[in-house]
Design a binder for this molecule. Structure first.
Ligand code: SAH
Length: 348
């Protein structure tokens, strides 16, 4: 069994059987979740004999940085090699006083949203909760080295759909925000979902404390099913109901993400449908620039984008227009594909 998969009961039993004092459990916990070491040898307040015993009884699977690429706008894309040689990606994005880490929650993705590059890769596997945390830990060390500051914000917007790996994602957020773990404020973490309605309701029931963002991209049910196939089983009306439930329970404002695709979802009629979707609860809308991934879609023109945004603002909605980052290193939204990164690795 891997040390980071053990329950406190199992650890208690192990330490008891080996005649070790129970306070060692707290020390072990701190090494794993506060100091984030990657080996038993680094647990330097443990006697060698205890380190050996741990080594004989548990594995310690670890994640490595395989490759790092820097973009002209100081965004860094990381390629991580997991213990079983699966490759995933994470991104570090510095911006006015912040350093945001974008973490993957799955290797690949099952959703196959038509505009997204990750979907084209297919799905390899879910990440363990500690593999989500490893991305944070490894990028945090680099953030301190290259930017002189720690990661301040986390977005779960990398490869995969967080709510289709619910337990690992929930646990990772718990550890990242625990005072006995990384101690980040939940208000600085955002989970982005395609809109898995059962998962959204479960988050509400589980009293999820971080921010929730939903990749709506279209308020029209039929059209959304074409862009985002999982909409067929999670239709717009049910998504709206689930978000209503979430807001009622958590009293939190939701972020709606909307990628503008030219002549597809960027008309004034589309804006009105988006307004109708948002009527039922408090939201903030992020308009996202489409990053070309070689699909048939194109980003909206500046004029259409302005008209769309104005229409939303005229209905008193809060709108942010998001600038894309890291495009030259394929680190922008929807451009994360382990395959492409491996290719970069081979040619560079
Ligand atoms: N599965 C989750 C999180 C990963 S995708 C979700 O759907 O929210 C992160 C965001 O990038 C989503 O809003 C997704 O729709 C968006 N995205 C995907 N491909 C994109 C592209 N080519 N250009 C801009 N945004 C894209």
């Amino acid at each position: 069994m891997d040390i980071r998969e053990t329950s406190s009961g199992q650890l208690l039993e192990f330490f008891r059987q080996n005649n070790e004092k129970p306070f060692r459990i707290k020390q072990l916990h701190d090494w794993l979740w506060k100091k984030n070491v990657f080996s038993f040898e680094e647990m330097i307040n443990f006697p060698k004999t205890l380190q050996e015993k741990l080594k004989m009884n548990f594995t310690f699977k670890r994640t490595l940085i395989e490759k790092e690429v820097e973009s002209s706008d100081k965004t860094f894309k990381f390629l991580f090699r997991l213990f079983d040689d699966v490759i995933i990606e994470g991104v570090l994005i510095p911006s006015q006083g912040r350093v945001t880490a974008c973490l993957s929650t799955q290797a690949g993705c099952v959703l196959k949203c038509v505009f997204c590059a990750t979907g084209k890769l297919g799905f390899t596997r879910n990440l363990h909760f500690w593999e989500i945390i490893d991305q944070f830990v490894l990028m945090n060390r680099r953030a301190i080295e290259v930017f002189g500051s720690r990661i301040s914000n986390i977005v779960l917007m990398g490869m995969g759909e967080p709510l289709l790996n619910y337990d690992s994602v929930f646990k990772a957020v718990e550890v990242l925000t625990s005072p006995n773990g990384n101690g980040l404020s939940p208000s600085r973490i955002t989970l982005s979902t395609v809109g898995i309605t059962a998962g959204i309701r479960k988050l509400a029931d589980d009293n999820f404390k971080a921010n929730l963002a939903v990749s709506l991209h279209c308020g029209d049910n039929l059209k959304r099913s074409v862009l985002i196939p999982v909409n067929q089983s999670n239709p717009v009306q049910e998504l709206q109901d689930a978000l209503g439930y979430y807001v009622e329970k958590t009293k939190q404002r939701i972020t709606i993400e909307y990628v503008l695709l030219q002549n597809v979802n960027d008309s004034l009629e589309d804006a009105d449908k988006l307004c109708r979707f948002c009527k039922a609860f408090p939201v903030k809308i992020n308009i996202i620039e489409y990053n070309d991934t070689g699909s048939v879609y194109k980003p909206s023109t500046l004029e259409r984008k302005a008209a769309f945004t104005n229409r939303l603002e005229s209905k008193n909605l809060i709108v942010n227009v998001r600038q894309s980052r890291g495009k030259d290193i394929a680190a922008a939204c929807g451009q994360l594909t382990g395959k492409m990164a491996v290719h970069n690795y081979i040619v560079s």
